[in-house]
Ligand binder design. Structure first.
Ligand code: PGA
Ligand code: ZN
Length: 426
């Protein structure tokens, strides 16, 4: 089926900022929408977002990205076979011509690429996850769900970015959400009881009114218990340290504790937390420029916890292969807009699976009602899914989509569960 029309428009993301939406229509009238999300704590090697600069909307408008789609991308793709995602993505990369996607914009490219994917699934009259699965057996992903949101998503109120839970005892996607709902509520009640309830952060996690990073961990353990679960056995902790936000050149500045740690001391601090708290996954424990630290950390704890690269690996197949050769990380975050096209996102996921890495498809802190990543995580059998907290509809839309996928006739073959976690358990 050939592409008949491509339209681009500016819509607004969950932070009220401009973003790019692309609508692809096929000759048979079917079609699809693709939307670019936006990060706040970005890796330096991500596909570059094209923003207008200037005064309007603090420079975040996307008129140039829309113009590029209308004037260059649409004319180049009209008449293309919509199901040939690889050829379309290759054409987008060639048209941009920069390697960093800075000319037409990673935001323009990923919105187009995702819209093409949706349009192809619509033409095939299949839900996106099934279209992607291509007859292979796939499972619903194990969710990582934020309870407290810190770092760049909460005015750096605490240094660590995501304090999350993983319902390791859940037997279905729906049950994982039920368990998380209880922990999220218990955590909010604990904050209220100590007069520390101050609303929610960018991804819907409770605003982190803590005096020390460890207070957040203690409160999370208490919340798991108060929700009626055994920490570590039924509900475990996952962290996204997002260390590139406060660490550079091997120095880590923990503002809350007013301490500056070198790479070894930062490793030690985190290993201490892993020893004392029921942590099963830890993302970007060290900064993206601290490869030696990431190798050392993975050597120290990779046998018992999942060590996830986000800013460090930026959804790049080449970077995943290089990291695997060095022994840095045993898991990778997969964010389509870091790569800039669906095909490159898939290549990074495949490279990670080949290397024996766990894979976690992830949203960004700036999101919309778009639920495509739930389908990518399921259809590509990624094993895990991270989309922020258990509040705010741009997050809940995604969790609820997983419930629909799980509940409809012809659903995937079960739930990935705790087996999806990387790092061997002791
Ligand atoms: P971002 O952060 O979407 O704000 O870049 C999310 C993450 O670090 O996982
Ligand atoms: Zn991250």
């Amino acid at each position: 089926m050939k592409i008949k029309r491509i339209a681009a428009r500016r819509i607004w993301d969950s932070r009220g900022r401009p973003t790019v939406e692309v609508e692809v229509t096929n000759e048979d009238g079917t079609g699809g929408l693709g939307i670019a999300p936006a990060g706040a704590s970005r890796g330096t090697r991500e596909a570059v977002e094209l923003r207008d600069g200037g005064e309007r909307f603090r420079g975040l408008d996307v008129q140039a990205a829309l113009r590029g789609i209308e004037r260059e991308i649409a004319p180049a793709l009209l008449g293309h076979e919509v199901s040939d995602q690889a050829a379309i993505d290759a054409a987008l990369i060639q048209l941009d011509g920069t390697g960093t996607k800075s000319r037409l914009g990673g935001n323009a490219l990923i919105a187009t690429s995702l819209a093409v994917l949706h349009a192809a699934a619509a033409h095939a009259r299949q839900p996106l996850w099934r279209y992607l699965a291509q007859g292979r057996t796939v499972q619903l992903p194990l969710p990582q769900i934020q309870i407290f949101g810190g770092g760049a998503h909460a005015g750096r109120r605490v240094d660590i970015q995501d304090f999350m839970v993983i319902a390791t005892a859940a037997r279905s996607f729906g049950e994982a959400l039920e368990m998380t709902a209880e922990v999220y509520r218990a955590a909010g009640e604990l904050m209220a009881a100590r007069g520390a309830l101050a609303g929610v952060a960018d991804e819907g996690g409770w605003w982190p009114s803590f005096a020390r990073n460890e207070d957040a961990l203690d409160t999370l353990v208490t919340a798991i218990e108060q929700a009626g679960f055994v920490p570590g056995e039924q509900v475990a902790i996952a962290l996204d340290v997002a260390a590139s936000e406060f660490g550079q050149h091997g120095r880590y500045r923990l503002a809350l504790e007013n301490q500056e740690l070198d790479s070894d001391a930062m490793c030690e601090r985190l290993v201490g937390w892993i020893d004392r708290y029921p942590i099963v996954s830890i993302e970007d424990p060290l900064a993206e420029d601290d490869e030696a630290g990431l190798v050392a950390f993975t050597r120290a704890v990779g046998g018992r916890v999942q060590v996830v690269g986000d800013d460090y690996l930026v959804t790049s197949a080449d970077r995943v292969r290089a990291a695997a050769a060095l022994g840095a990380c045993n898991g990778v975050l997969i964010k389509p807009n870091q790569a800039g096209t669906v095909t490159q996102t898939r290549e990074a996921l495949d490279a990670a699976k080949d290397a024996g890495y766990a894979t976690i498809v992830s949203a960004r802190s700036g999101e919309t009602e778009d639920v495509a990543i739930v389908h990518l995580a399921t259809g590509w059998n990624a094993g895990q899914l991270k989309v922020g907290s258990f509040a705010r509809s741009e997050r809940m839309a995604k969790w609820n989509e997983g419930i629909r996928i799980e509940g409809r006739p012809g659903a995937p073959a079960g739930f990935a569960g705790r087996q999806a976690l990387g790092g061997r358990r002791p």
